[in-house]
Design a protein around this ligand. Structure first.
Ligand SMILES: Cc1ncc(C[n+]2csc(CCOP(=O)(O)OP(=O)(O)O)c2C)c(N)n1
Ligand SMILES: [Mg+2]
Length: 344
């Protein structure tokens, strides 16, 4: 963790080795994620999105930094907090919003909702309502890639709450033992619902625990997109060289409650403010881009305007999209022979 006791300004980030135009696109995507996600809670509370959602406002650099280090054919799986991953992977905002609204033009025809938004054409296998389970899907994809020699890498996102779930370590152990091309990516936002993860987690740190499984484990500043990008890029190269999996722990923070409408009484306003003032991933990247002459104020304003327009258009698209046709409610549902279910 960076010592911020003396800091009053946003912490600097390094753009070394990164392409200027790429970085402007990263900031634009991070801005889109923020605007998209900030629009969601009001849409849920007014009933236009049925149920609630888990937003990742504050965690944008993790998604964009990691995703831009992968290639289009690589496989990505997500968690119950999946929108930032999906948008960074290139899921269409219109289709994502329509899915959240439960409409026919959504990524899953309106039948899947927030935690199962996926884009198979982008090898984005989507979110998962079972904490830690997405990593198992990534493990399977990594095994398939190794068997086929396809040159793909699989990255599975999970939260800090998942590091106290046995199946997560079963997946990591198997990947380490068989040298699978897996990137096990822990998004450590310090809390699992209302529980500070450090208060229920033994050992020195999450990466130290991971090291015990015999794979490289790297902790990175998750509010610095470039830093996240570098570690994922290295992990990808290692995986492709046959050197096996890497564990990444990105230190990050969610600004809003765990899910829609949650009252956050388990942390102080001062803590939230410190993360916003010193570590906000968008501000830090913008400051660095401006200082490097890569982004002036007009270009930044235009980028923000485009983002707001995209979110407004996605909301209008979702509103106008029809409800799924009841007659197709079971379309795409796999028939399982009752005998195989053991339930004749
Ligand atoms: C196996 C399982 N146990 C418990 C839950 C209930 N649950 C949903 S989200 C969550 C917290 C997860 O925290 P973390 O992994 O840190 O992710 P974050 O919400 O911080 O992104 C829990 C316990 C669940 N969905 N699945
Ligand atoms: Mg967490």
């Amino acid at each position: 963790m960076i010592d911020v006791s003396e800091a009053r300004e946003p912490l600097p980030v390094s753009l070394d080795g990164l392409d200027g135009q790429d970085l402007v696109e990263w900031l634009a995507t991070m801005q889109l994620i923020r605007d998209f996600e900030e629009a969601l809670d009001p849409l849920c509370l007014s009933g236009r999105i049925p149920g609630g959602v888990h937003v990742a406002v504050g965690q944008e650099a993790v998604a964009v930094g990691a995703m831009r280090a992968l290639e289009p054919g690589d496989v990505v799986t997500s968690s119950h907090r999946p929108h930032h991953h999906g948008l960074a992977r290139g899921v269409e905002p219109n289709a994502m919003m329509a899915e959240l609204f439960g409409r026919a033009d959504g990524t899953g025809g309106g039948r899947c909702g927030t935690m199962h938004i996926a884009a198979m054409d982008r090898h984005y296998y989507g979110g998962n309502g079972i904490v830690g389970a997405g990593l198992g899907l990534a493990l399977g994809a990594a095994l398939a890639a190794q068997v086929r020699g396809s040159g793909q890498v699989a990255l599975g996102f999970f939260g800090d709450g998942a590091v106290n779930i046995g199946r997560v370590w079963e997946a990591i152990n198997m990947a380490a033992a068989w040298k699978l091309p897996l990137i096990a990516f822990c998004e450590n936002n310090l809390y699992a619902v209302e529980t500070p993860t450090a208060s229920v987690t033994g050992g020195d740190s999450i990466v130290r625990r991971a090291e015990g499984f015999g794979l490289p484990a790297v902790q990175v500043d998750g509010q610095d997109a470039g830093a996240v990008h570098r570690v994922v890029r290295e992990a990808r190269e290692r995986a492709l060289a046959g050197e096996g999996p890497t564990f990444v722990e990105a230190l990050t923070y969610r600004y809003q409650g765990h899910n829609t409408g949650q009252v956050t009484s388990y942390r102080t306003d001062a803590e939230v403010e410190e993360w916003k003032q010193l570590r906000d991933p968008l501000v830090r990247l913008r400051v660095a881009l401006t200082a490097s002459g890569l982004l002036d104020d007009d270009a930044y304003d235009a980028l923000c305007a485009r983002s707001r327009e995209t979110v407004a258009a996605a909301t209008a698209f979702a509103d106008a999209s029809p409800w799924p046709d009841l007659a197709t409610a079971d379309a795409g549902v796999t028939e399982i022979d009752p005998k195989l279910r053991g339930n004749p």
